[in-house]
Design a protein around this ligand. Structure first.
Ligand SMILES: [Zn+2]
Length: 51
């Protein structure tokens, strides 16, 4: 199984952690393999404060 995702928050591929949300409906083709789309949750609160 893949434990990476294309993070729409970071605009980059990184590892999936328990705090991340991986979408089951979206994939991005990277280097010939389908990488699930996801978004990491760890920074959400701090970024809201920054706005
Ligand atoms: Zn991320």
């Amino acid at each position: 199984m893949n434990h990476i995702m294309y993070c729409i928050h970071c605009h980059a591929i990184h590892r999936v952690t328990v705090r991340d949300t991986v979408f089951k409906t979206g994939f991005r083709l990277v280097n010939g393999q389908d990488v699930p789309l996801g978004i990491c949750n760890g920074k959400t609160q701090s970024e809201k404060k920054a706005e």
